[in-house]
Design a protein around this ligand. Structure first.
Ligand code: SAM
Ligand code: SF4
Ligand code: SF4
Length: 400
């Protein structure tokens, strides 16, 4: 991990910012690189003041979903076990205004459930656009075709969780017809053709069930003209007493990873991305965690469909992880409030048992990186990060 941080940092110095931005946009999960390159001011603020505001928020518009993936990480929050919830758009708008005024820059619509299942999805997107926030969408792609223009016009990137290309396997696992999703991808790509955005990507959650089809998935992705296809491991759900309770086996990972890496090295018209860090960390003791607490929430949080502002997607509805609720308070009041202080203390001062967390979660890389910065090895990088930010704000910054 140390090498990753150093490698990315060195890359940042030698590659032009424009190319690098594009490169990073094609890999929407390189959170450490993004923090270093685009949000170093927030990192600086955190390292010097001990806190900052989030740059990015993930929003669960609803916990309703029109599919039934048996590995769904949100199994225990979806509306099949709970009452259906939909964020109120007027409240959401007030929240977004406040978020933006405090330096918020981007939001991702995700779930929870399936964001496009909110009956006022269009209104939510348009409200967000009014405040100049950049938007991205993680979707299963099984949405009404009337939503294509609003998605295409407002999203910077869209990641469609396709998972399979074989129609029978697709239906058997996800519960709906693949044709609808393929049609929506084609429409999104065709609206993109005259411009750079939105970047359209395909996500494939890998398990033993879809390994046989990886080459066809890549071929189809090329044919569809998407920007990238990404292969990630299905993460086990020890909290659900059913299938996909365990992590992928080491044997399977050791078989699948080289095959995927081979595919990613071949010349392709769409980029083949393999989340090798996640695959590899699944093989490590303690899943590659070098940290004992979570500090990711300093930079990121989740607005849930019930109005709760929460630490992350994994601990929704658990009050120990809820900073506050937007139906009761503004974003700023929540962020500066006593309840958040208690949650932060819980996450950072020994209360949080990482065994109850999702392995290789969204905060994993940032948590590793922050721990590395605190280590003896990371001291130099930390100094560079701090100095670079100070120089950036100095009038001599362009005179080397
Ligand atoms: C919970 S879904 C919500 C958005 C939308 N319904 C979708 O499927 O894209 C958010 C992301 O989590 C991924 N996901 C769901 N279950 C997972 C698991 N067990 N391991 C890894 N990723 C998972 C989905 O593939 C999707 O990319
Ligand atoms: S489409 Fe998304 S939210 Fe729905 S079951 Fe699949 S992973 Fe879960
Ligand atoms: S799941 Fe990840 S982001 Fe959430 S509290 Fe645990 S370590 Fe932090």
């Amino acid at each position: 991990m140390i090498t990753i941080a150093k490698k990315k940092y060195t890359k940042g110095i030698s590659i032009s910012p424009k190319i690098q931005k594009l490169h990073l946009e094609l890999q929407p999960f390189k959170s450490v690189s993004k923090l270093l390159h685009f949000h170093s001011d927030h990192l600086y603020q955190y390292l010097t003041n001990g806190d900052t505001f989030p740059i990015h928020i993930e929003i669960n518009l609803t916990n309703v979903c029109n599919q039934r993936c048996p590995w769904c990480i949100n199994e225990n929050v979806k509306a099949n076990g709970r009452k259906p919830e939909y964020l109120n758009i007027k409240r959401l708008s007030m929240f977004l205004a406040n978020f933006q005024s405090l330096g918020g820059k981007t939001i991702t619509w995700s779930g929870g459930g399936e964001p496009t299942c909110h009956p006022e999805f269009t209104e939510a997107v348009e409200e967000c656009a009014k405040f100049g926030l950049e938007q991205a969408l993680i979707t299963n792609g099984a949405f009404d075709e009337n939503l294509v223009p609003v998605i295409s016009n407002h999203m910077r990137w869209i990641r469609v969780s396709l998972d399979a290309i074989n129609p029978e396997e697709y239906k058997r696992n996800k519960g709906t017809e693949i044709d609808v999703v393929i049609d929506r991808i084609i429409k999104l790509v065709s609206t993109r053709n005259s411009r750079v955005t939105p970047i359209v990507g395909i996500n494939v959650n890998m398990g033993e069930w879809n390994f046989f089809d990886i080459k066809n998935i890549v071929l189809k992705s090329e044919e569809l003209g998407v920007n990238y296809v990404q292969f990630r491991p299905i993460l086990g759900r020890p909290y659900v007493d059913a299938i996909y309770g365990e992590q992928l086996t080491p044997n399977f990972i050791k078989t699948v990873l080289p095959e995927l890496q081979l595919l990613s090295q071949k010349e392709k018209s769409c980029k083949v991305i393999v989340s090798k860090d996640k695959f590899k960390d699944l093989l490590e003791p303690n899943y590659g965690r070098n940290y004992g607490s979570c500090r990711y929430h300093r930079f990121f949080c989740v607005l849930n469909a019930n109005g709760d502002l929460s630490v992350c997607m994994f601990h929704l509805y658990d009050k120990r992880f809820v900073f506050g609720n937007i139906y009761n308070e503004t974003f700023e009041a929540i962020w500066k409030g006593e309840q958040r202080k208690r949650v932060v203390k819980f996450c950072e001062d020994g209360g949080l048992n990482l065994a109850t967390c999702q392995v290789c979660c969204k905060g994993h890389e940032i948590n590793k990186f922050l721990t590395y910065l605190d280590s003896e090895d990371g001291k130099l990088l930390k100094e560079v990060v701090l100095q670079a930010e100070e120089i950036k704000n100095n009038s001599h910054s362009n005179f080397l």
